[in-house]
Design a protein around this ligand. Structure first.
Ligand SMILES: C[S@@+](CC[C@H](N)C(=O)[O-])C[C@H]1O[C@@H](n2cnc3c(N)ncnc32)[C@H](O)[C@@H]1O
Length: 187
């Protein structure tokens, strides 16, 4: 995605993350051309807006979060966008998300919900089976800061032993717990 379009969308949707890291992830996802995308942890819909932009007209985008605070009108999207308000820790949420996906396997899963080790591991174990073989899964906030108690990076390091992977880590100021960094695995 060119700088102009990216900057325009970044300022519009305000995703949570370092601009350069999000840009590299967006480029990877654009290159991958997913047809079905699932995002766990949507909040105000910052990254969801990018996936909506990248989706083909007949694609499917499902977002899930316990909150209902998305700041753009996903219902008016010309693409097929759905939102599941749920607690991802509740196994019943899986049913709602699977229903929203229909019979489709996910091409790209973005995990940006619970940042603690047990939470992110639980979400991965529950939802990664929805991703097709050859699909990609990205985790936000793999740069666990000392003292944050976060465990996305620890969990991602374990996955690196089992999957092909890449890390998007752009140096920059410490932005607090999590402090960004994106890990990607290839199913
Ligand atoms: C960092 S924000 C997501 C930011 C978004 N991906 C973006 O870049 O704009 C994390 C979100 O995960 C949600 N979340 C965390 N744990 C959750 C859980 N167990 N079930 C549902 N939502 C959860 C929070 O409500 C919050 O909105």
């Amino acid at each position: 995605m060119n700088e102009f379009t990216f900057d325009m969308l970044f300022d519009k949707y305000k995703p949570m993350g370092r601009r350069e890291e999000i840009h590299q992830l967006v480029n990877l996802v654009e290159w991958f051309s997913p047809h079905v995308v699932l995002e766990l942890g949507v909040c105000q819909g910052g990254t969801l807006g990018f996936w909506e932009h990248l989706l083909p007209v007949d694609g499917l985008l499902v977002g899930a979060d316990r909150l209902n605070v998305v700041q753009w009108d996903w219902r008016s999207s010309p693409k097929n966008v759905d939102y599941v308000q749920c607690d991802l820790d509740d196994p019943l949420s899986y049913v709602g998300i699977a229903e929203a996906l229909g019979n489709e396997f996910v091409d790209f899963l973005y995990i940006d919900a619970d940042h603690y080790y047990d939470g992110v591991k639980g979400h991965f174990e529950l939802y990664a089976p929805l991703v097709r073989k050859g699909g990609i899964i990205a985790f936000h906030d793999i740069r666990d800061n000392k003292g944050s108690g976060y465990g996305v990076g620890k969990f991602f390091n374990e996955l690196k032993e089992r999957y092909g992977w890449l890390e998007i880590l752009v140096p920059g100021e410490d932005r607090g717990p999590g402090a960004d960094g994106i890990g990607v695995i290839f199913q």
